[in-house]
Structure formats: structure tokens, C-alpha cells
Ligand binder design. Sequence first.
Ligand code: UDP
Ligand code: MG
Length: 309
Amino acid sequence: MKLLTMVVPCYNEEENIRDFYTELMKTESFFTEKEVRLELLFIDDGSTDRTSEQVKELIEKDERVHLVSFSRNFGKESAIYAGLKEASGDYVVFIDADLQDPPSLLPDMFSYIEQGYDSVATRRVNRKGEPPIRSFFARHFYSLMRRISKTEIVDGARDYRLMTRKVVDAVLEMTEYNRFTKGIFGWVGFSTKWLEFENVARKKGETKWSFWKLFAYSIEGITSFSTAPLAFAAFTGVFFFILAIIALIFIFIRALVFGDPTSGWPSLVCIILLVSGIQLFCIGIVGEYLAKTYLEVKNRPIYLVKERL
Ligand code: UDP
Ligand code: MG
């Protein structure tokens, strides 16, 4: 009999655990029919509420439920990595605890795995119920990524994904500290079937993603999967160098023809401000990559476990 591990990253989801479990178990009969055993792996990402108590209650009733608690909040990316690492299933699926990833899609997803796909991913076709400004930035982030990265990063992709052991092992080989999961899955490849669904609003509780957190996350995505900003910095340098040469020739000839009246102080100040601003911006870009490299070479663990049940 095959085993399917369902990895559920949770951060302060006490209100959702029960409903989620009930909803998930509606797919149980489908998998029993297919002779697939289920295993539930909750990753408690350092919750400060009663999330782990809620999961422990489930463990008492159902021995297929497992819990890994982090020593603090490490972020969803770390929770996903931990889930892959701790899962023993022949298949693994990530699914959010807030019921935004409808469990009713699981039978469909599994049938594509049976057809021979290595991985079944999902994307939402709309962003209903999301602040418009967030959707605007998200859309532009994805179109930018498409242009500057060779790795395929799909707009609206969720982390709701079912995969075979092959893919799990491939992703586990990527032990980088700065984890941008959407990019990682694009990078490893394998045959992937994309399923689409309408955005579902969060059942209870609040999203853990503020606008600025998402913004920082998008920078993470860019620096993890593209070096285009570095090329941009170099290109800007070359551009200003050429501009300076042209200006130099122009000023030289003008001085020869019309003499050399000392004027143009305001324009000089503007040019200095502009150019030094661009220089700092470019140093910032380099610094961003340097910081990433710094964190990578430290080789710190991606997560720390407090409790395993
Ligand atoms: N999550 C997590 N660690 C975090 C933030 C979120 O494990 O630091 C979990 C959260 O409990 C949920 C899933 O990741 O199950 C998605 O989070 P959320 O619903 O806040 O994100 P959204 O659906 O708004 O993108
Ligand atoms: Mg959510």
C-alpha cells in the first residue's frame, strides 16, 4: 500500500485546525478505494496560540496525525522544507490549514499522478477578495520575473501541490537557506500538471502576510532566481560612463569656441545628486546579493525542532 503524506504548515491557526481536519477527512474514502494510506503532518511554525494543543487533540483520536513543532517562527518556506524532510510518504502534498486550498481538489490531483505526472500544482485564476493594490503588485512581480528569470514562476501559483517521491527528493537536494519555494519547484522541473481553481477566502483568522512582508518576499524571489539586477547595475555604470564622455567632448569644444565662463553650478549639483543616488542604488543591489551569500555561507539550519509527536 502506498502512503500519502499531507504536510500542513500552521502558524497561529487554532481556529482552523478542527474544521480543516473534518474537511480533509471527506476525501478519506477516495484514497481508501485507491489503496492509499493517509498521514497528516502538521508543522507548527512557532505558533503562539493553541495550535499545537489542537493538533495534539487530533493525535489522541487519530494515530495517522503527526506534529513537528518549531522552536520559533521560521516562516512558511522553512515549514515546507521541514515537511518534505520529515514526510515518509510515497506522495506528498502541501496544503494550507486555512482551507484556502480546497481539499476537494485532492482526488482530481491524485488522478493526474496516476496518469503519470510527477507533480500536480495548483493556481488560482483570480484574486477575488484580495486588496486591489496587492493584486496589482503581484501581477507586476510575476511579469517582471518572467522577463528576468530563466526559472518558470507561475502567476497565481499556490503552494498547494501534490508530488511523487522523485520530486520530493529533488527538492530536498536544494538545501539553500533563502528558500523561495515557487522558484524551487520551477527550477527542479519534472512533468507538472497545473490545475486551476477560483480563489477561496480564508475560513477564519487572518493572513500572515502584510504588504511589506510580501514586498520583501518578492525581493527574495528576485535575488534567489535572477541575477538581472546585477547586470542592471553594471549596465547603468556603462551608460553613465558613455554619457560622461559625450558631455566631456561637448564641454571641451564649447570652451574652445566660446571661452570658459564659470557657470552651471545648479546643474552640476543636480548631476552629482543624480549620479550618486544611482551609485548608492547599485551598491544596494550588490549588497542585497552579498547579504544572501553571507546568509548562505553561514550554513545555519533551516529550522529547529522543539517537539516531535
Ligand atoms: N504559515 C506558516 N508560517 C508563517 C506564515 C504562514 O506556516 O510564518 C502558514 C499558515 O498557517 C497557513 C499557510 O502558511 O497555513 C498560508 O498562510 P496565509 O494563509 O497567511 O497566507 P495566504 O494564504 O494569505 O497567502
Ligand atoms: Mg491563506
